[in-house]
Design a protein around this ligand. Structure first.
Ligand SMILES: Nc1ncnc2c1ncn2[C@@H]1O[C@H](COP(=O)(O)OP(=O)(O)O)[C@@H](O)[C@H]1O
Ligand SMILES: [Mg+2]
Length: 266
């Protein structure tokens, strides 16, 4: 095998200030080092993939970026302004939506209610403001419209409880929720891991739809063909550190795996 020396993709080739920028993040769990000084830049209109072996720190990295974990050290900037997320709600309020690896949908609720979970629409006037009555009809209309905008055709009926859906359809609900509300950044941790070929392709299409809407996406995936199909740049995590940032043009899948496993030095 040819060992190539990976080069960091030049951040200066990207336009302007990163939408999301992390500098030297450190996160430890007791004696375990989850992140060991990791930096990351996400630019407008790009899909940034994060790859790496199990335990390399991928999930910890996105949890720090999305308020699910608080880093011990390091800084995070959104549009050039420092942010300090204490909980996921802080990041959501600033337009960062996440689909975590452990799927978070409420099985007993229908598709529309899941899409608006935590952001329920209420009836106008005193019914909504005082009695907190939900406007189910409006949520169903908006949910159906959003799913059709996103080109999600597998969820025809938004009144079906999510527990009656297939794994792929549930994942589509979670991704659609992120896509619907992620006005700044959408983060997907292994979104296609449990999906079949057709469902995976729908998620990949959704990612490119988001990019074309101008919303940058962070995609964690083990699936090299998926990563090379949709990513503009690829951040490679290894042993809690960023080993390299490459592009599908500058490097092959074999190169990427070599950097991931340490066969080639980043
Ligand atoms: N809540 C936690 N408690 C203890 N160790 C953790 C916790 N979360 C992650 N880790 C450890 O941090 C390291 C990075 O984990 P993670 O970010 O989940 O890796 P990846 O997503 O790349 O598989 C691993 O060694 C993992 O065991
Ligand atoms: Mg993970």
């Amino acid at each position: 095998m040819t060992i190539t020396t990976p080069t960091e993709a030049e951040p200066t080739t990207q336009n302007g200030t990163p939408v999301l920028k992390a500098t030297k993040l450190v996160k430890t769990y007791g004696h375990v080092v989850g992140l060991d000084g990791v930096s990351l830049e996400l630019y407008a209109g790009e899909v940034l993939a994060i790859i790496g072996d199990n335990g390399a720190g991928k999930s910890t990295l996105v949890k720090c970026l999305t308020g699910a974990e608080i880093p011990d050290e390091g800084t995070i900037e959104l549009d050039g302004h420092p942010v300090h997320f204490r909980r996921p709600q802080d990041a959501r309020e600033l337009g960062i939506e996440t689909v975590y690896q452990s799927l978070a949908v409420s099985p007993a609720l229908d598709v529309a209610a899941n899409l608006f979970l935590g952001r329920e629409l209420r009836k106008p006037g005193i019914l909504g403001s005082v009695f907190r009555v939900l406007d189910r009809k409006l949520m169903r209309e908006r949910a159906a419209a959003e799913l059709s905008t996103l080109g999600i055709s597998t969820l025809q009926d938004v009144t079906v409880p999510v527990e009656n859906l297939s794994g792929g359809q549930r994942q589509a609900v979670a991704v659609a929720r992120a896509a619907a509300f992620g006005s700044k950044v959408v983060v997907l941790d292994e979104p296609t891991a449990a999906l079949g070929v057709r469902e995976s392709n729908q998620v990949l299409e959704l990612i490119t739809t988001l990019r074309s809407r101008g919303v940058p996406v962070i995609l964690i995936s083990h699936n090299m063909p998926h990563v090379f199909q949709v990513a503009d740049r690829i951040h490679i995590q290894r042993l809690g550190k960023r080993a390299a940032t490459i592009t599908p043009k500058s490097h092959s899948m074999t190169d990427a795996v070599a950097i991931m496993t340490g066969a080639s030095v980043g």
